[in-house]
Design a protein around this ligand. Structure first.
Ligand code: HEC
Length: 104
């Protein structure tokens, strides 16, 4: 009789823990989605970077009028970062490539 009760308790415990982990699993799906949505900071699109990070101090016109080689844009972007443009190393690389193709 005691063994049977123990058996029932074990089964119930298993069922409850399966139920809890199933709920935990569905809650866990929500946070990765939130993380992905929190990612516009790391845009690696040259045009978007230009429009978002290069228009704080002057208009795009200033850039559209310019014509530089890849090396020239490299210097310019580094100079702008020195002035305060917010671009990390890989963003600078993408933007320099975009600028040298778009405004050669
Ligand atoms: C923190 C302010 C600031 C930001 C952000 C900024 N600039 Fe500038 N930029 C300036 C200032 C100030 C000048 C004028 C400097 C001068 O005439 O010597 C300038 C001038 C320029 C010029 C004309 C001068 C030249 O060398 O041809 C270009 C092109 C330019 N910026 C491109 C950019 C690009 C590309 C970005 C984005 C990476 C950017 N700027 C972001 C402040 C900024």
């Amino acid at each position: 009789m005691i063994r049977r009760t123990t058996f029932t308790i074990v089964i119930l415990t298993l069922l409850v823990s399966v139920f809890i982990s199933a709920c935990g699993g569905s809650t866990g799906e929500v946070s990765p989605t939130t993380e992905v949505n929190a990612g516009p900071e790391t845009t690696l699109d040259g045009k978007a970077l230009l429009e978002q990070r290069c228009t704080a101090c002057h208009t795009l016109e200033r850039i559209e009028r310019a014509s530089k080689s890849a090396a020239g844009w490299g210097l310019n972007v580094r100079e702008m970062v020195g002035k305060g443009a917010e671009l990390n190393a890989s963003e600078q690389e993408v933007l320099i490539e975009y600028l040298s193709i778009t405004y050669p």
